[in-house]
Write a protein that binds this ligand. Sequence first.
Ligand code: ATP
Ligand code: MG
Length: 421
Amino acid sequence: MKAEIIAVGSELLTPDRLDTNSLFLTQELNKLGIEVSRKTIVGDNRADLRDAFAQSLERAEVVISSGGLGPTEDDITREVVADLLGRRLDLNPQVLAGIQERFRRIGRQMVEANARQAMVPEGAQVLENSRGTAPGLLLESNGRLVILLPGPPDELKALFAKQVQERLAKRAGGLRQFSRELRVTGLPESDLDQRIAPIYTKYSSVNTTILAAAGEIQIHLRAWSKDVRETEIILDEIVEQISVALAENVFSTRSTSLEEVVAEALNMNRATISTAESCTGGLLAERLTRIPGSSSYFLGGVVSYSNDLKTAWADVPAELIESRGAVSPEVATALAEGIRRRTGSTLGVGITGVAGPGGGTPEKPVGLVHIALADGGATRERGMFFPGDRERVRWSASQTALDMVRRYFLRATGKKPGPKV
Ligand code: ATP
Ligand code: MG
């Protein structure tokens, strides 16, 4: 079953307010097996609003709106919908009494305008609003379901849970959404798609979405079905095939973050880690300590931004910085080895680079980052060029550093590369 959401309110078309109601509604509808096929945001304008409802009703079996049920002139949702569906608006005495009672309780006089909220389209069911004055409304028309909900998020949520969920569940008839997620590092999106398209295109019942972010790609698989067993089996089969195709590039099939996966690897191997960061300004240490219990593997780190402190805190020889430059494979290596020796950790990570926007040169452009991982043996070093702004460069650098640690353990433990980390 398909649904459309219409978020009503001119403020939602300004840069100041975001439509969050539709996110909540989408989540709840998906749980019921109802797919949201389109969302519309429309201002408090009669013609636009009428258009939006008319079009949604042509496409979807369920149309849910939020907002525009209040007492003011610009709250026109109920009138527009009644008019579109050819329903008279009548004053509903029970609803009016409820609104008056609400005002009595908070010791205020009901103003005339609030009576608007007691107008109910012919044949509509009134959905009681326990948190506000405007009730929700539910109408059936030509086999379509139209549900009008108030705009304030707390009212909408409470009303949905108490009045809408069950009605929709009955109508959806047991169809549910099933999903899986794979997270991948170290592959460009086009490469990844080339490898997995032959797999996911075989399954027409499963919807595949590829979401790329800095240093990470997520593959979302979604299917709607009544058959739990069959769907779970199909989804597991696709996850398995994608995992084989992408091998060790898949770092999680459980929606875990890269830092969580690294934390697990460190704990499992009873290893500790320390960091010496320059351009990431402590971001790597921050990510490593986001996880509760991080003291079991993270010993500490330094943000050695200046050359002097690279020497003072991580024993990077001043001559090395002088001869190679602060952003160089040699200095990254010295940072990693230095901090490892200083702290006595199993692993040491060094990061140095040009986060931008200034400070780039033709030889060392903005986005160039050197990352090293020391374990007491041969130190690994990678020179990377990250596109994007300062924030993206810093994030990508921390992502690559974490990924180097993850891959280190895949190799070190000789474990079969794969997602079950
Ligand atoms: P009210 O009786 O409060 O006027 P209403 O149903 O008319 O209720 P609106 O006036 O459209 O609702 O919105 C009331 C407030 O709810 C807005 O100021 C805004 O803060 C919030 N709101 C409305 N729509 C949304 C939305 N789609 N997402 C998040 N917040 C919203
Ligand atoms: Mg309003």
